[in-house]
Design a protein around this ligand. Structure first.
Ligand code: SF4
Ligand code: SF4
Length: 124
């Protein structure tokens, strides 16, 4: 009997403990949001179409870092060590949430990427 089997029998290890740590081999269900987003392609522009106007507001005033929760593409990320917000604009879904309530301090300037750049939907 392996250590793993012994632990399972003793109840000190669950089945989840033997799952791989990363999920590279995980395939989402066919019609899940994750699977549908996998069909989206991006052609990033060199110029960012998203800008945080004043990062000191993020650092000193905005305690809850709302944009990191409201953006469906998780474009905004709070870097605790550097005490700054970062923007991975290349993955933006152009939904407009961050300029219509996603930031209660009106601290995000969002435009749309130039023609031919940004989001490209594929259907199927
Ligand atoms: S919600 Fe606005 S103020 Fe808060 S961290 Fe995001 S961009 Fe900064
Ligand atoms: S437009 Fe939508 S996807 Fe793009 S950064 Fe704003 S909230 Fe995120």
């Amino acid at each position: 009997m392996s250590d793993e089997e012994r632990d399972m029998e003793a109840g000190t290890r669950s089945r989840h403990d033997s799952l791989p740590i990363d999920n590279r081999d995980w395939t989402p269900p066919k019609h899940s949001v994750t699977a549908q987003l996998g069909l989206v392609k991006f052609k990033p522009d060199e110029d960012a179409h998203l800008l945080v106007k004043d990062k000191s507001v993020c650092r000193d005033t905005c305690r809850r870092k709302f944009c990191t929760h409201t953006c469906p593409a998780q474009v905004y990320r709070w870097e605790e060590e550097e005490k700054t917000i970062t923007i991975a604009f290349e993955g933006c879904l152009e939904c407009g949430t961050c300029r219509s309530g996603g930031c209660p301090y009106d601290n995000i300037e969002m435009s749309y990427p130039r023609g031919g750049f940004g989001l490209q939907y594929r259907f199927g």
